[in-house]
Design a protein around this ligand. Sequence first.
Ligand SMILES: Cc1ncc(C[n+]2csc(CCOP(=O)(O)OP(=O)(O)O)c2C)c(N)n1
Length: 659
Amino acid sequence: MNYNRKDYTDDELLALYKAILKPRMIEERMLVLLRQGKISKWFSGIGQEAISVGSALALEQDEYILPLHRNLGVFTSRDIPLDRLFAQFQGKTTGFTKGRDRSFHFGTNEHHIVGMISHLGPQLAVADGIALADLLENKEKVTLVFSGDGGASEGDFHEALNVAAVWGLPVIFMIENNGYGLSTPSNEQFKFNQFIDKGPAYGIDALQVDGNNLLEVYDTVRQAAASIRKNPRPMLIEAMTFRMRGHEEASGTKYVPQELFEKWAKKDPVENFEKYLLEGLVLTQKTMESIKEELKAEIEDGLQTAFATPMPVADRQEEIDDMYKPFDQEIIQPASDAKTERRFVDAISDALRQSMERYPELVLMGQDIAEYGGVFKITEGFVEKFGKDRVRNTPLCESAILGIGLGMSVRGQKSMVEMQFADFVSAGFSQIVNNLAKSHYRWGQNADVVVRMPTGAGSAAGPFHSQSNEAWFFHTPGLKIVYPSSPYDAKGLLNAALEDPNPVMYFEHKMLYRSISQEIPDDYYTIEIGKARTVAEGTDLTIITYGMGVHWAKQLQQELTDASLYILDLRSLLPWDKEAVREAVAKTGRVLILHEDTLTGGIGGEIAAWIGENCFELLDAPVARVASLDTAVPFAPPLEQEFLPKQRLREKVETMLSY
Ligand SMILES: Cc1ncc(C[n+]2csc(CCOP(=O)(O)OP(=O)(O)O)c2C)c(N)n1
C-alpha cells in the first residue's frame, strides 16, 4: 500500500496508529465475548477502520459526525469512555440510551456524534440539518455523514444529496463502498460503475479514495473539510473498501467468494499502516507492544466496569415520560384587548409571523412557501420580512426536509415544515415516526419540529389531496398532535406547538381556511396543548369531536328542535383530554364520537375504548362512532358527500337519542 506522509510528524502518525488500532482491538475482544454469549450481536468494521478513524480525526472535535453500524472507529476516535461504550452495547444504564437502544444506535452531543436509526438513509438528511444550522449561524463547520453502498439505494440518499446541493450545505457524504449490502453484491444493488459518477449529476464535487489507506482517507477528508469550511458546499467521497466479515456475526459469509477475502486481506488497513510505520522507523517493536498493552488494559478496564454495572430496572413512569422532552407549558395571555376579525387561514399566518418574531432561531421550510407564499398563501410576504434564509423553499423532498428539522434541533434551532397537503406526509413518514418521534426516548435529543398538515376533504380534490391521516401519527408515541377548529384555537395552538420542544403535528382543515372567521387577539397568545374545549352545553347527547366535526355538530345542534347536544372539541389529539371526556360523558350518559377520518382504526376507536373502560357506570347507552366510510376519499362531489360522516350524523344522533 502506498502511503504518503506529506509533512505529518512522527507524533501525528503515531496518534493515527493508536487510533486505528483501538477499534481493531476492541472488535477482536468483542468477537470473543460474542462467542462466549456475553454480548448478543455484533456488526464488524474489521477491514474498514481507516475510513472511520481517518474521517473522525480529520475533523475538528466539535464538528458533527453521523456514523453507521460499522463505524466503531468514529466513537473511539472521539474518545468516548470505553466503559460507557461497552455499557451501551450491553444495554446498561451507564450507556447512552438508558438501555433503550442497541449497539451504535445512539447519539451524544457532548462528543458531537449523532448515531443511526436502523433505516440507514434517514441519517443523511439529519446531517443536512446540522449543516444548515451551521451555515445559518456562519459557523464555518463541516458535518460528515456515512452511507454504505447498499443504503445509498434508498430514496433518502437522493433527497439528502439533492437538498444539500441546492442549499450549498457544508456536508461530506462519505460512502463506504464495501461491495455488499448484507448478501447483495454491488451488481445487484446498482447499475453505475462508481459513486463518484453521481457527484456531477447532483452538482456535487466527488472524490474517490482507497478506503483502506488511513493516510489517504485522513488527508482527503482534511483537505475537503478545510475547503468546505471556507466555501460551504457538499462533497461526496467514495471510499473503496471491503467487508472482511459477515453482515453481522450470525449471518455468515458463504455468499462471498474466498478470493475476495484473500485479495483484501493483503490490504488490511491496520496491518499495512503498522508495517509502514515500523519500516519507516516511526514505530519500534517496543513502542508498538507498549501501545498494545496500554490499549488492552484500557479495554479490559472498560469491560470490567461495564460488566459490573447492573441491568436497568424498568420504571414505568420514567419510560413513558421520557418519550418527550419535559416542557412546562406556560399559557401566555394576549398583552392587550385588541382584537380583529380573522379567517382561519389568517390566524395561522398570524401565529407563524409572531412566532418568527419571537424565536429568531425558527426556520420555515416547505414547497413554494417563499416568494409564492405557499399554495394557500399562508406565508405570503414572509420572505420580505424574514428573508430567504428563514423562509425556505424546498425541493420536493419531504423526507429530507423532515430529517433536516431533526438535524436543526440537534443544533438548538426550531423548524416548521409545511406539507403542501397532509397527504404528502407519507413521503416523509419514516423520518417522523422513526426519527423525530423516537429520538428523545432513545438518546435524549428532542426534535423541535412542527409539521403543518393542510388536511381534509370537501372540495372534490380526490384521494390524494383530501385525506385525514391523523390516526397514522396518533399511534406513534413521541409525537404530539393538535387539530384546531376555530381561528382562535388555530393561532393559540400553533404558537403553542412552535413553543413546545417536541415534534408536533399540526392539522389544519383546508375547508375551514376561508369559510370561518372570528375576532381573535392581535397579540401573541398560546393555548394549552392537551386541553379540550366545551363548545355547547346541551343535556341529551354528548358529541366528542374535533376539526370539521365541530362545525357539523354545531350545525346539527341548530337544526335539532327537541334535543340539545353537549359538544366537546378535543383540540389536541395527542395527548387528549381524558378529564374533559369523562366530564362530557357524565353530562349526558350518551356519547357519539364523530370524526372525518375513516372509521376503522380511527381515533374514535381509542376514545370509545377508554370510555368503555373508565366511564362504564356513567353510560346510559353504548358508545357510538360516526366517521367517514372505510374507502379512499372519492373525487366526484356526490361520492365525496356519501363518504363523509356528515351524511350519517343526524340519523345516528336520532337513533342514540331514542335508545
Ligand atoms: C430501510 C432498511 N431496509 C433494510 C434494512 C436491513 N439492512 C440493514 S444493513 C443492510 C445492508 C446495508 O448495506 P450497506 O449500506 O452497503 O452497508 P454495509 O452493511 O455494507 O456496511 C440491510 C439490507 C434496514 N436496516 N433498513
